[in-house]
Design a protein around this ligand. Structure first.
Ligand code: COA
Length: 315
């Protein structure tokens, strides 16, 4: 049976760094508080739009796969911070890449968006609709951040990562997956004032900004990422000893540590780069995957588990 496998990867991080000590100067916080609660030391702030970062990551993933933009027949951009609502970020990316043969669509599942997109893209290949799919996670979250709210603003950053999916008849590729949503708990993590609920006025309403119950989100993230990882590993017919690396959504070091403990993974089986970028929502996993490959942490044939949790509440 035809499966879909990752053949290229790339990332794009804006050069501007916002450190915890920078934040100390504009709000009542400390490097010690942010580091001990989240593991974050610094994050990137983009001077260009989401689609610009997505395009650079996309070019790099295509280069890694040895493909031209015209080889791609579907682009999925996982984002909750598109440049505009219409056109989609994916439409801009298609134009900037010159991927003239590609259909293009945005997917919003907040921090789980990359995994949703990976599964959707893989199934388009498995079903025979598409052959080469570019899946990108890209966010310019600082546009939503209310820098007077210290409880959320210290956690997020900007960036993009991408993978190319291609068909394979071998035994590699996407082995199993689980996607889920608990829409009834959406209030625990949301940006409530943006969309048709808002007034049609040029000034953004004050509800535009991340609202979050940190402890509720924390508890649910550990449970859902852990339990869902157990189910997909089982479904793939594997044990956790067979898992070479867990690449979790990078929201909080303590969430990742607690998830790893829940499923009894050793620290060298878990990839973490949250200290450098903070939470870039749908972009964390493709950025982390790219860095794990750059660091030689992933060898051909490795078994990788991706796990994410975020607004929706999605996992
Ligand atoms: N600097 C200093 N103090 C801060 C602060 C900051 N940036 N943000 C909040 N505080 C204060 C609070 O006001 C509170 O003070 P009080 O006790 O005087 O009221 C205190 O720190 C403790 O806040 P609390 O919310 O209990 O901290 P916590 O240990 O739960 O950690 C989070 C807060 C947000 C780091 C943590 O709950 C978390 O990471 N949750 C998951 C969030 C997440 O990852 N969301 C995205 C998922 S995709």
């Amino acid at each position: 049976m035809t499966n879909a496998t990752i053949t290229g990867w790339g990332k794009a991080l804006p050069p501007s760094v916002l450190t915890n000590s920078d934040l100390e100067k504009i709000m009542d916080t400390s490097d010690e508080w942010i580091t001990s609660r989240s593991g974050i030391k610094e994050r990137r702030i983009s001077h260009v739009e989401t689609s610009d970062m997505a395009t650079i990551a996309g070019f790099r993933a295509l280069a890694a796969a040895g493909l031209e933009p015209s080889d791609i027949d579907l682009i999925i951009v996982a984002t909750c911070s598109p440049d505009t609502l219409i056109p989609s970020a994916a439409a801009y990316v298609q134009a900037k890449l010159g991927a003239t043969n590609a259909a293009a669509v945005d997917l919003n599942a907040a921090c789980s968006g990359f995994i949703y997109s990976l599964v959707f893209g893989a199934n388009m290949i498995r079903g025979g609709t598409n052959r080469r799919v570019l899946v990108i996670g890209a966010e310019k979250l600082h546009s939503y951040i209310d820098f007077t709210d210290r409880s959320t603003s210290v956690l997020f950053g900007d960036g993009a990562g991408a993978v190319v999916l291609e068909p394979t008849e071998g035994d590699e590729g996407l082995l199993s997956s689980e996607l889920g949503m608990d829409g009834e708990s959406a209030e625990f993590l949301c940006i409530p004032g943006f969309g048709t609920v808002g007034d049609r006025v040029p000034d953004l309403p004050s509800e535009v900004g991340v609202q979050m119950d940190g402890q509720e989100v924390f508890r649910r993230a550990v449970t859902m990422m852990g339990d869902s990882s157990v189910r997909v590993v089982e479904e793939a017919g594997l044990d956790f000893e067979d898992v070479d690396i867990l690449i979790p959504h990078q929201a909080n070091q303590r969430i990742i540590d607690a998830t790893a403990r829940r499923i009894k993974l050793a620290s060298d089986q878990v990839f973490m780069n949250i200290h450098a970028y903070g939470n870039t929502s749908a972009a964390t996993i493709p950025i982390a995957l790219t860095e794990a490959l750059e660091q030689g942490r992933i060898r051909p044939g490795a078994n990788i588990v991706f796990a994410a949790f975020g607004g929706g509440l999605s996992w």
